[in-house]
Design a protein around this ligand. Structure first.
Ligand code: MTE
Ligand code: MO
Length: 195
C-alpha cells in the first residue's frame, strides 16, 4: 500500500459514523491487543480457535487450539504483582523485575495446574521451553512486565518475560549466570498448558 492509499484508508476509517464502528463485533472484552494467549488444558475461553489466516505468527510456530484465553496488558495486571531481584546474565547485576505470578495468570484462564503438568512457554522469535508446573510453582515464576520500574519494550526483553529469582533458588544460584535463565523466554506471547 502506498502512502497516499494508506492516508486515504485512515481518513475514511476515521470518518466512519460511530454507529458503524460500534456495530463491528467485538472479539472479546479486551481493551488492547492480546499480549499473551493461553491454550491447552484451560476451562475458560474468550476467543475462538486458531485462525490460520489471521493468527499468522502462531500458525507459523505450529500452534493449534480450539479455545484460548487472551490477555491484554491490563488483564495481565489483575493478579497481585510480585517483585524479584535476580542478577541477570546480560550485565551480571541485580535488576528489579515486577509482574504477576505465572500460575496466577494461568489460573485466570481456568488452567488445570497439577504438579505433573507441563507448560510450553513460547516467545515471538520461536524460542520455546517446556517448564514443569511444579517448577513454575517452586521457583515462583512471574510474567514480568516491568524492569527497574519501567515497562519492558518489545525489542528488549518484553513486553512479557517469564522469569524467576534465580539468586533465591539455591540449585540455580550455584550455576554460572549463563546457565540460569534458559527456561525464561523473553518476548513471551503464548503458553500451552499440558495437564
Ligand atoms: N525469546 C527468547 N528467550 C530466550 C532465548 C532466546 O533465544 N529467545 N534464549 C534462552 C537461553 S538458552 C538463555 S541461556 C537465556 C539467554 O539467552 P539470550 O542471550 O539469547 O537472551 O535466555 C533464554 N530466553
Ligand atoms: Mo542458553
Amino acid at each position: 500500500m502506498d502512502k497516499r492509499h494508506f492516508l486515504g484508508a485512515a481518513a475514511s476509517a476515521a470518518a466512519l459514523p460511530f454507529a458503524a464502528q460500534a456495530a463491528r463485533p467485538a472479539r472479546n472484552d479486551a481493551c488492547g491487543p492480546a499480549l499473551l494467549t493461553v491454550t491447552g488444558a484451560i476451562a475458560n475461553s474468550n476467543r475462538g480457535p486458531l485462525d490460520p489466516v489471521l493468527d499468522q505468527m502462531m500458525h507459523k510456530h505450529g500452534v493449534t487450539f480450539t479455545q484460548a484465553w487472551a490477555f491484554d496488558y491490563a488483564s495481565l495486571m489483575a493478579p497481585a504483582p510480585q517483585t524479584i531481584r535476580p542478577t541477570l546474565e546480560y550485565d551480571g547485576k541485580p535488576h528489579t523485575l515486577r509482574g504477576p505470578l505465572l500460575l496466577d495468570v494461568l489460573a485466570r484462564a481456568g488452567a488445570r495446574l497439577n504438579d505433573k503438568g507441563i507448560l510450553v512457554l513460547r516467545a515471538v522469535d520461536g524460542y520455546n521451553v517446556e517448564l514443569p508446573v511444579a517448577q513454575a510453582r517452586a521457583r515462583r515464576f512471574i510474567v514480568a512486565t516491568h524492569i527497574d520500574g519501567n515497562p519492558m519494550p518489545l525489542g528488549g526483553l518484553g513486553p512479557l518475560w517469564a522469569v524467576y529469582d534465580a539468586d533465591r533458588v539455591p540449585d540455580m544460584a550455584a550455576l554460572p549466570l549463563p546457565q540460569r535463565f534458559a527456561a525464561c523466554p523473553w518476548a513471551l506471547y503464548h503458553v500451552d498448558v499440558k495437564a
